[in-house]
Ligand binder design. Structure first.
Ligand code: NAD
Ligand code: ZN
Length: 253
């Protein structure tokens, strides 16, 4: 199976939807979770702060409320990548949207790189590190506010009489939290209306995101990933390789 086969699918499709995961951003220097170099394979036992803990434990709703200091320490160190910029995959998807070929992007990524690349119809199923809200008054804060703060970030708008303001929480879906209903509905609507669905850089092991592929009833299901995925069996085309390199070869016409 070749990139030419993907080119043919792109050429004949009018409504493409891209469904992506962490593998789309590894070429931007952001590690994924589950592959060989992923965050979940790292050994935190030698790291005093996080010894005995796994990323799944730390990135959970209960851990956030019970140990916010430790949560933010981990979050700043391993989830925020202020230096990351869109790579060839993000750029090609923007070109496809501009050419009116791509209907939307459904992403599990929280890095905001599709929006940085210019795409407008992006469904961020797991939220974004660029959106942060005070739990008490709802005030919005950009990622820089979290980076600049120390310990648990506090709202500067709602503290009264010397008391600290509310805790600022990233709009990132933690384990134990449900993704936003309207984002999910929009994503499922796009998937059910497209003629080609390109699934890339995802192990498809996080629910409910992975089950959204069940809404696809179009002609071509393409999987681009450097290892096998549960969607391969029903795909029209499986490309085993680097998603940034493969998308870079596609011509928009
Ligand atoms: P995952 O880590 O479970 O799977 C990533 C998959 O992509 C793996 O199968 C890996 O082999 C493959 N891959 C990695 N680099 C690739 C490349 N360059 N080309 C082709 N394939 C590549 O990630 P997931 O399925 O997205 O699920 C993990 C969860 O982690 C998501 O909920 C997401 O929110 C979060 N996450 C996000 C980021 C980010 O925002 N960039 C990074 C890490 C994890
Ligand atoms: Zn506040």
């Amino acid at each position: 199976m070749s990139v030419q086969a993907l080119q043919r699918i792109v050429d004949r499709s009018k409504r493409i939807v891209f469904f992506g995961g962490a593998g789309v951003s590894t070429a931007s220097g952001i590690p994924d979770f589950r592959s060989e170099n992923g965050l979940y394979r790292r050994d935190f036992s030698g790291d005093g702060a996080f010894a005995g803990l796994t990323p799944e434990m730390i990135l959970s709703q209960s851990f956030f409320y019970l140990n916010p200091e430790k949560f933010f320490d981990f979050y700043r160190r391993y989830l925020l990548h202020p230096e990351a910029v869109p790579n060839a995959a993000h750029r090609k998807l923007f070109a496809l949207e501009r050419a009116d070929k791509l209907r939307g992007i459904v992403t599990q990524n929280i890095d905001g790189l599709h929006k940085s690349a210019g795409n407008r119809r992006v469904y961020e199923l797991h939220g974004s590190v660029h959106e942060n809200y005070c739990l008490d008054c709802g005030a919005f804060y950009p990622m820089e506010a979290i980076l600049r703060s120390q310990g648990v970030p506090r709202c500067g708008r709602c503290g009264r009489g010397g008391a600290p303001g509310g805790v600022i929480k990233p709009w990132v879906v933690l384990y134990g939290e449900a993704p936003d209903k309207y984002t999910c509905m929009g994503a499922c609507r796009e998937i059910s209306n497209c003629d080609a669905l390109i699934v890339a850089g995802t192990s498809l092991s996080v629910e409910p995101a992975a089950s959204f592929l069940g809404y696809f009833h179009g002609r071509d299901l393409v999987v681009i990933n450097d290892e096998a995925t549960p969607a391969d069996a029903r795909a029209t085309l499986v490309l085993r390789g680097n998603v940034a390199e493969i998308l870079n070869e596609i011509e928009v016409r």
